[in-house]
Design a protein around this ligand. Sequence first.
Ligand code: SF4
Length: 391
Amino acid sequence: MTTLRDILDERVVEGDRALWEPIDRGTSSRQSATEKASGDRIRCYACGHCCPIADGQRGVCQVRFNRGGKLYVPYGYAAGVQCDPIEKKPFFHVLPGALAYSFGMLGCDLHCAYCQNWLTSQALRDPKAVSPIENADPKAMAKDAIAQGARVIVSTYNEPLITSEWAVAVFREARALGLKTAYVSNGNGTPQVLKYLQPWIDFFKVDLKSFDGQRYRQLGGRIEPILETIRALHGMGIWVEIVTLLIRGFNDSENELRQLTEFVAGASVDIPWHVTAFHRDYRMTSAEDTRTEDIERAAAIGRAAGLRYVYGGNLRSRGGLEDTRCHNCGETLIRRSWFWVEDYNLTPEGRCPSCQTAIPGRWARAFSGQITATPFMPSSRSRLVKIPSQK
Ligand code: SF4
């Protein structure tokens, strides 16, 4: 029987040499004596795991593998294509109201017990995670995004860092048609993958899931590469927004939230921080759902840390936590209801109309309306070919 793994292993290309290197030929400073002696081993740099991979083996993500001393990586398919309001990603300081054409592949380098995209992210680890895939072509996807009215194309749903070659192929075509490009990522990057992405990416959402190294180890990663990625992205001039899914008893202590938000403020007080409500999902079914007062308490901690733009999400707050207000004079600049932009008051130069303060973000000259506040499937999918997948 054909397995999903068989199907995916046919949809690969050789990984970009910016993202891997042999480690048995004296090319890596990280090479150990064991590695030198072990044959056609390579090291992948697409995410912070920096996996050494022996011939015939896979990296932690399961989707990048060594065949004959070369790294092979996912290419030529999509597992989920959807049109989302950009507010859903969430980006609140990027082209408000824009349609974000969103695509995913399969696999992740972490294994969070509360993953909301586990059907795609855990597809090669968890037999219950079944996701159909479709053959896809970068040019056709970019054209489809334009046909839907999108202004941004986003690699999301699985961890995009581990499928960066495919994302860049799509982004090249998208940029040629005038689209902006974005990642929705766990931020477990490396200097190599950020350098590879820098010419092609405009916006980057990072999930900062905790400020506790032990918690990150439970999720299958380390906190250090994520913190480094946030600092590096901001330093590169790529627009960054950060999300923390607030989970009671997991990451909601005052001390942890203070440290986390002080870290973000240390990178830049202008980075928007979204603190969003947890609902039971996947394998985390014992934690209680986040309450409105939890979100409001966390938001207050973020503001006390110096962050200028703090947002609450996944729950209706009582204090207008979905709205953007000028950090200087408090004027309401963008009023939102869930993902719908109700009012937009920025000047064409992206300034507060009241005090003329420049508002950090990537703004259009004018608000040009909003196609939808709820996700929808693109209608012109005939260019993509459905592949039946089996476990
Ligand atoms: S993407 Fe990350 S997990 Fe996958 S092989 Fe590369 S370094 Fe390992």
